[in-house]
Structure formats: structure tokens, C-alpha cells
Design a protein around this ligand. Structure first.
Ligand SMILES: O=c1ccn([C@@H]2O[C@H](COP(=O)(O)OP(=O)(O)O[C@H]3OC[C@@H](O)[C@H](O)[C@H]3O)[C@@H](O)[C@H]2O)c(=O)[nH]1
Length: 280
């Protein structure tokens, strides 16, 4: 019989996201910071820890690197480690294969996360999922990620903020498309299609509030200029065919729009209104 013990220090997560499981007889929730050892006997560990939003992880770089390095050491016996496309940092090779070592600025503001996530002890059997940019329901609003900025901005009717130069690219994968792979080496998981932030802004504007403005704002240091996964290795172990075009991916975002709409519609909104992307 499976029993799940879930540990979180709620720095970025919330109990609300776990509501469905709290009280379940085979689910236990512990407030815990992975930088401290957790002495319990388990069969498997899924180590998903570390704030992933650049604003959060840059806020306290020492805690970030401790969480990634000490945290991973305390989780010895890990079976799955969620890593990130950030290990390729500002890549000079495009798209990025798993064999690429990355192009890091070791004294840059992002290095606490990039280097922390990249450090894994050699020789242990571990599944490392290098997750590229992902979006979907229950993202925190206003944590500075591009999707969680653009969609609420469009719903509120505020200008979309493209960070300069706007030609930087990312690939966006919907949450439920991030599926199981089974491979011990690091494996890229993401959408192989790359899109410039200007393209993303235009698409969000067109789909949600065509009348809103798009403005260019200053960027933060060391923002990667291009990023998309080389998924040739992943294809061998994943049964999933990712969507290459952003346009095809967008209908799936509707679920996301609805969730955001709920937050921005007032109490008197009708159910019907809630069920559609709502313009305020
Ligand atoms: O309002 C905004 C926010 C962000 N952006 C741009 O959008 C791009 C993506 O930024 P995000 O903050 O969403 O994500 P990043 O790609 O920088 O980093 C993230 O990517 C992969 C994850 O694994 C990491 O956890 C996370 O660091 C950047 O080029 C950023 O400059 C905007 O143009 N406008």
C-alpha cells in the first residue's frame, strides 16, 4: 500500500494547493526545510524543491544554493530530481542537448540557482528531469514569471510588460504535458518550439484583451537570450508528442485563464461568466 509523506516549508508553495489531499488516510503533510535532515524511512524520494521564479531565488542567493546543494544531500536516496533548463544558463548552443555544459556567469545574480541545480553527485542512480518553462493552473500570480505576468495583466486591462529586448526566446510547455519519463540520465522535458517574448505578448493580447497596450521595460541582469530543448533523447523515453506551435498550445491555456478570471471577477460574477475567459 502506498503512503505519501509530503514535506514543504511553504516559502513559495501553499497548503491550499494540497487541500484535496489533506485528511486523506494515506497522506501526511510535514512543515520542513530540506536544508535540515529529515529522518524517516521511505522507499522513494521525489525531490522537487527550490523556488523556481527568478525573483524568489535571487532574493536570497545563499538560501537558494543551500537548498539545492545541502537539500539534495539530505535527500540521499533520491529517485527523481526536478532540475531545470537554467542549468544551460545563457546557452551558446541552440537548441540545448543534455550533453551541453551550459554557459554560466559564475558571479552573476542567477548563478545561485543555475549552479545549485547543476551540482549532482557523480555515480548515483537518479532520474534528473531538466524542466523547461512550464505554465498552467495554480501558478502564483505576480511572481514575475512571464506567463503569470502577462495573463493577469491582460485580464486587468493593464499594459503587457515585455522585458527588453523582447527577442529573447523560451519554449512553453503546459503543465499536464510534463509527463513521466524513465531514464537515469538527465533528460530535457519541454516544448521544442521556441518563441520570442514579443510573439507571446501579441498572442496573449489578441486572445484576451485586444485593446491593451504592450510596453517595453528594463530587463534584469543575465537574462538568457535563447532557450529551447533538444528533445531527441527525451523522445526515446517519453510517449508524449509535444506541441510545437504556440498557437496549438494556447487553447490549453484557457483553463488557466478561467482560474485567473475567478481571482479577478468579483463575487457577484455569474457562473457563466466564470466559465469563460473574462474581460474586466
Ligand atoms: O513581465 C515579464 C516577465 C518576464 N519577461 C521575460 O520572459 C522571459 C521568461 O522569464 P521567466 O521569469 O518566466 O522565466 P525564465 O526563463 O527567466 O526562468 C525560469 O525558467 C525555467 C525554470 O526552470 C526556472 O525555474 C526559471 O528560472 C525572460 O526573458 C523575461 O525577461 C517579460 O518579458 N516580461
Amino acid at each position: 500500500m502506498r503512503f505519501v509523506i509530503f514535506a514543504d516549508n511553504y516559502v513559495t508553495g501553499s497548503k491550499e494547493n494540497l487541500e484535496k489531499w489533506i485528511g486523506h488516510p494515506r497522506f501526511e503533510l510535514i512543515r520542513h526545510d530540506v536544508r535540515e535532515p529529515l529522518l524517516i524511512e521511505v522507499d522513494r524520494i521525489y525531490h522537487l524543491v527550490c523556488p523556481a521564479s527568478p525573483i524568489f531565488y535571487k532574493y536570497n542567493p545563499v538560501k537558494t544554493i543551500q537548498t539545492n546543494v545541502i537539500g539534495t544531500l539530505s535527500m540521499s536516496g533520491v529517485i527523481l530530481l526536478t532540475s531545470t533548463s537554467e542549468v544551460y544558463v545563457d546557452p551558446l548552443i541552440h537548441p540545448q542537448p543534455e550533453s551541453y555544459w551550459g554557459n554560466v556567469n559564475p558571479i552573476g545574480v542567477r548563478s545561485c540557482y543555475d549552479e545549485g541545480k547543476a551540482s549532482v553527485q557523480h555515480g548515483i542512480e537518479i532520474r534528473i528531469a531538466r524542466i523547461f518553462n512550464t505554465y498552467g493552473p495554480r501558478m502564483n500570480i505576480d511572481v514575475g514569471r512571464v506567463g503569470s505576468n502577462f495573463i493577469p495583466q491582460a485580464l486587468r486591462g493593464d499594459a503587457l510588460t515585455i522585458q527588453k529586448p523582447g527577442t529573447q526566446t523560451r519554449s512553453f510547455c503546459y503543465l499536464s504535458d510534463m509527463v513521466e519519463g524513465d531514464d537515469t540520465g538527465p533528460i530535457n522535458i519541454g516544448n521544442p518550439g521556441g518563441f520570442a517574448m514579443v510573439e507571446l505578448a501579441e498572442t496573449v493580447k489578441e486572445l484576451i484583451t485586444p485593446s491593451i497596450e504592450i510596453k517595453m521595460v528594463e530587463n534584469t541582469p543575465d537574462d538568457p537570450r535563447q532557450r529551447k530543448p533538444d528533445i531527441s533523447k527525451a523522445k526515446e523515453v517519453l510517449s508524449w508528442e509535444p506541441m510545437v506551435k504556440l498557437r496549438e498550445g494556447l487553447p490549453l491555456m484557457e483553463e488557466n485563464f478561467r482560474l485567473k478570471s475567478k481571482l479577478y471577477c468579483n463575487e457577484s460574477s455569474t457562473k457563466k461568466k466564470m466559465a469563460q475567459p473574462c474581460k474586466l
